[in-house]
Every structure is written in structure tokens, then in C-alpha cells.
Design a protein around this ligand. Structure first.
Ligand SMILES: C[S@@+](CC[C@H](N)C(=O)[O-])C[C@H]1O[C@@H](n2cnc3c(N)ncnc32)[C@H](O)[C@@H]1O
Length: 335
């Protein structure tokens, strides 16, 4: 019995210990396009086995696990996608995030060595994972971030009034998703995506696909070391937060403050923790991720980010809901 008098069991712990199987089931289902076939009308086991070109017994194994994970619901002998699966995991829908779901395969094996990574006394590398980013990795990485980032960029463009802005600088803009969504909503805007040279090659492809090369350009560089382009009246830094230490974040934000136009706004969209630092789970795990890649980074709480922005000189710093449980948007103004 626990102190609260409730019976204590092992099931929760066992499920956590075997959680890699849950990820593997989800990723296999995405890889095999299970949810797409369900959405297109294959709703029974024999049709699904045929559509996926796997044996009936393997189709049953996969479907049972997907039901247990609440990815799929079963009624009689027919299967139906859960609402989030139907919206985000059906190929050809503009909301499809399959590449982002498969992205963890890149470091799936590495997590086996987390204990050793946590004990490592190697000197941390400021850029962690990015120290060894190749052209090939950048393509795979940003096909994945684009699939999930475009939706986030649209949310940003919905929440932030950019009608009186003229130039965005997106620090670590990756695929360019935030700038693409901003220009789509506000066609008068110009934007610069600053990212590593390997990444900018991928960014240029996405910008060209959207026919936005006149509005959006790339600026190869490293925002920890290089000068930032001057003259932006809106700056974004999205999904980079756990990568860096508090000291480095204050340095980056100070640089951002100095290069921003007076009256401009800085928006940090980050994987923030609550102020007690007890969650949410996603941001907490991104912090752990940094130990695997040997950076100086960790997860930061909303009030810590507020403090970094104020230390850099920003006023009217506010924390705004963005994607609850995943990202918040913390904003400051330069007067
Ligand atoms: C997780 S991705 C997010 C991309 C984009 N902001 C989004 O939300 O879709 C992080 C991006 O930041 C870039 N980045 C991280 N540190 C950087 C640095 N020091 N200088 C330039 N780019 C950096 C990475 O190359 C990568 O493209």
C-alpha cells in the first residue's frame, strides 16, 4: 500500500519500461500507411492486411496494439481512426505529419545509452547535435520539421498581428515554415531565415516550392557566433530552447535585442516547462535529449525564459499559450 492507502502495482512501471514498443508500433503503422488505408475505406482486418501487403496475423497484431494505444477504435469488426490520427496521420492531407512521426528513428538506437550519456564527463559542445549536421541529415530533419512546423507557423500567423510589420528575422528558421505561413497570411511581408548553411539549402527548396523567393531569403550563419542581420521589426526563435544553456540564451537574446528595430517584437516559441519544473513531459524529454547529444542545453521554465528576455533588455514580456503541453510563445518588445 502507498501512503495514500491506494494499492501500488507494477503495471505503470512496466508500461513505461516497454514504452519503446509503443513508439515502434506508431512508427510502423505510419511507415505502412495503415491510417491512410483506414481513412480511405479499408475498415476490416482482411482488407487491411491486403492493403498493407502483410500477413493477416501481423495485421491483427498491429491493429490490436493500435486499439490498445487508442490510435484506432474498433466497433464490431470494423476499425476507425481516432480523431487526431485521422487529422494528422493520413497521407495527402495538408495536415499530415508522418515525416515528423518517423523522425525519432534517427536516434532510436542512441537512447539505449542514455545512462552512459548522463554519466559522461566529456566537455559539452555548444551546438550539440548540430556540430555534425550533414546535408543528408538536414534534408531528412527538415522534411520532418516542415510537416509539423507549417501548422505551428499558421497558428503563429493567426495569433500574432503582423499587419504593421515589414521584416521578419527567423533565428534557426529551419524549413522556413513560420516565414512561409506569415507571408501567406501577410503577402506584404519580407522575411529572412537564418540557419546553418546546410539547412539553408533545404529552406531555399521549400521557399521556391511556395513561389515565395521574392519575399523570403535565407541567411547562412550561426546565431551563437555570428552577427545578426539588422533591421527586422519582428523576430522569431522557434523550437530551439532546450538546445542552449541559460547563459547562451541570454547572449543570443541580447544580440537579438540589439539588432531589432525600436518598436520591434521578439517571439520565442519554446518547449517550456512549468515553473515548478515538473513537466510537461514533452519539454522535459527534450532537455534529456540534449544529454544524448552532449550540448550544454536543458529544459527551461516559462519564468526562466521571461527572466532571460528581461535581462536582454526586452519590455512587456508576456507568456502566451501556443500549443499546450508542447510549446509556449514568450514575447518581448524593444522600445
Ligand atoms: C527544431 S528546428 C526548428 C526549426 C523551425 N524554427 C521550426 O520551428 O520549424 C531548430 C533549428 O534551429 C537551427 N539552429 C539551432 N542552432 C542554431 C544556430 N546556432 N545558428 C543557426 N541555426 C541554428 C537548426 O539548424 C534547426 O534548423
Amino acid at each position: 500500500m502507498s501512503q495514500t492507502g491506494k494499492k501500488v502495482g507494477t503495471v505503470r512501471l512496466q508500461n513505461l519500461s516497454y514504452a519503446h514498443k509503443q513508439s515502434a508500433v506508431l512508427m510502423a503503422a505510419v511507415e505502412l500507411d495503415l491510417f491512410t488505408h483506414v481513412s480511405r475505406g479499408s475498415s476490416r482486418l482482411p482488407e487491411l492486411a491486403e492493403a498493407l501487403t502483410i500477413s493477416k496475423v501481423n495485421a491483427e497484431r498491429l491493429l490490436v496494439a493500435c486499439c490498445a494505444l487508442d490510435l484506432i477504435a474498433k466497433s464490431g469488426d470494423t476499425y476507425e481512426n481516432a480523431p487526431d490520427v485521422e487529422r494528422f496521420l493520413v497521407k495527402d492531407k495538408p495536415t499530415y505529419i508522418g515525416p515528423w512521426m518517423l523522425f525519432p528513428l534517427m536516434d532510436f538506437e542512441k537512447w539505449r545509452d542514455l545512462g552512459a550519456a548522463l554519466k559522461s564527463s566529456d566537455r559539452p559542445k555548444t551546438l550539440g547535435l548540430y556540430e555534425t549536421l550533414t546535408d543528408e541529415m538536414a534534408v531528412e530533419y527538415h522534411n520532418a520539421t516542415y510537416s509539423v512546423g507549417l501548422g505551428a507557423g499558421m497558428l503563429f500567423a493567426r495569433d500574432v498581428d503582423m499587419s504593421n510589420r515589414s521584416l521578419i528575422l527567423d533565428l534557426g528558421g529551419g524549413s522556413g515554415a513560420y516565414c512561409i505561413a506569415a507571408v501567406q497570411k501577410y503577402p506584404h511581408l519580407h522575411a529572412v531565415v537564418l540557419d546553418f548553411e546546410t539547412v539553408c539549402k533545404v529552406t531555399n527548396r521549400f521557399i521556391a516550392e511556395w513561389g515565395m523567393s521574392d519575399n523570403i531569403s535565407t541567411h547562412p550563419g550561426d546565431f551563437t557566433r555570428d552577427q545578426l542581420p539588422q533591421g527586422a521589426d519582428l523576430m522569431i526563435m522557434a523550437s530551439n530552447l532546450p538546445q542552449y544553456s541559460d547563459g547562451m540564451l541570454i547572449q543570443i537574446m541580447t544580440k537579438a535585442y540589439n539588432s531589432l528595430k525600436s518598436g520591434g517584437e521578439f517571439h520565442l516559441v519554446g518547449e517550456t516547462l512549468n515553473d515548478e519544473k515538473t513537466g510537461p513531459l514533452g519539454p522535459a524529454l527534450w532537455g534529456v535529449h540534449e544529454a544524448l547529444f552532449g550540448s550544454e542545453g536543458r529544459s527551461h521554465s516559462e519564468s526562466e525564459v521571461r527572466f532571460y528576455l528581461e535581462t536582454a533588455g526586452f519590455s512587456d514580456v508576456s507568456v502566451n499559450e501556443f500549443i499546450p503541453g508542447s510549446l509556449s510563445r514568450i514575447t518581448g518588445t524593444k522600445y
